[in-house]
Design a protein around this ligand. Structure first.
Ligand code: CP
Length: 301
């Protein structure tokens, strides 16, 4: 359900498998290890990247993946999420890839399915402000592709960290693998107590970092307006600010980007920017994650 609870060897296993899948994609030699398996993508919150790459990953491995369309489903008639999931499973789904706006929704659904004797693996594709495990995995993977390893490297995460499931999962994953994480942002966006140094001064926070990961201001998480105007945020904490991105640092963003707020067109086109690499890397990473969910013998694959 999350990066929390995965130790370094477990993360390593997923990442190594993802690296192998990327090589196989390059050479056109992907093994259809999930041929004949049936996955359902259950996205109850909007997504472009995550849904697309889970669907691509499933198809690359030979699985059938069906997209559940919440907007035209019987959820609108009052059917519960548990009954909906049981219906999908009764129809043959062996794994649910789930995104939900509420923190803990996949764990809650899993508990209901276990209780009623219908459990299948649920892959967390992002739940509220809690976790976005596969985003963290693909971010680590992207860093490894560029830096060789994350161990001993410094990653500054900058922006709306308090409301970010990406920041939470990435901070845990990088910490588990021996990287140094910093949280950078205005007081309203960052807090102490997460076990990493916090910087309100963005220049100080990104100084010497090997990578800077920008985050979107996520007003949709609380329904409240931004804590500070986009213009003020851009002047202080965006990639456009002179001197904020160290000369040799990798520039990351999980997407979607608010162009002109946290990153501008010039920064997105900078050769140090790996935003589209992150998207591409989501496929081999999610291939590994789907195999982990569905293959009993996956650890030996
Ligand atoms: N990074 C991410 O989760 O993007 P989507 O919301 O487009 O899936």
């Amino acid at each position: 359900m999350g990066i929390e609870g995965l130790n370094a060897p477990s993360l390593r296993l997923i990442l190594d498998r993802a690296h192998a899948h990327a090589d196989d994609i390059q050479t056109g030699s992907v093994e259809p290890t999930l041929a004949g398996r049936f996955i359902c993508s259950l996205f109850l919150e909007d997504s472009t990247r995550t849904r697309l790459s889970f669907e691509t990953a499933a198809r690359r491995l030979g699985a059938e993946i069906i997209r559940f369309d919440a907007s035209t489903s019987s959820l609108s008639k009052g059917e519960s999420l548990l009954d909906t999931a049981q219906t999908l499973i009764a129809g043959g789904a062996e794994c649910l890839v789930m995104r939900h706006a509420s923190s803990g929704a996949p764990a809650h659904l899993n508990a209901g399915l276990v209780r009623t004797g219908h459990a299948v693996p649920i892959v967390n594709a992002g739940d509220g402000m809690h976790e976005h495990p596969t985003q963290a995995l693909l971010d680590v993977y992207t860093l490894e592709r560029r830096l060789g390893t994350v161990e001993g490297k410094t990653v500054a995460i900058i922006g709306d960290i308090n409301r970010s499931r990406v920041a939470r999962s990435l901070t845990i994953a990088l910490g588990t693998l021996g990287a140094h994480v910093r949280h950078v942002g205005p007081r309203a966006f960052v807090r102490e107590g997460l076990g990493v140094p916090v910087f309100n001064d963005p220049i100080e926070g990104t100084r010497g970092a090997d990578a800077v990961c920008f985050l979107r201001i996520q007003t949709e998480r609380t329904g409240r307006a931004a804590y500070l105007p986009n213009t003020a945020f851009r002047a202080l904490y965006s990639g456009s600010r002179e001197g904020l991105i160290p000369e040799n640092a990798i520039i990351m963003h999980p997407g979607p980007v608010n162009r002109g707020v946290e990153l501008d067109a010039k920064t997105l086109e900078d050769p140090r920017c790996v935003v589209l690499d992150q998207v591409a890397n989501g496929v081999p990473v999610r291939m590994a994650v789907l195999e982990r969910a569905l293959l009993d013998e996956w650890g030996e694959a």
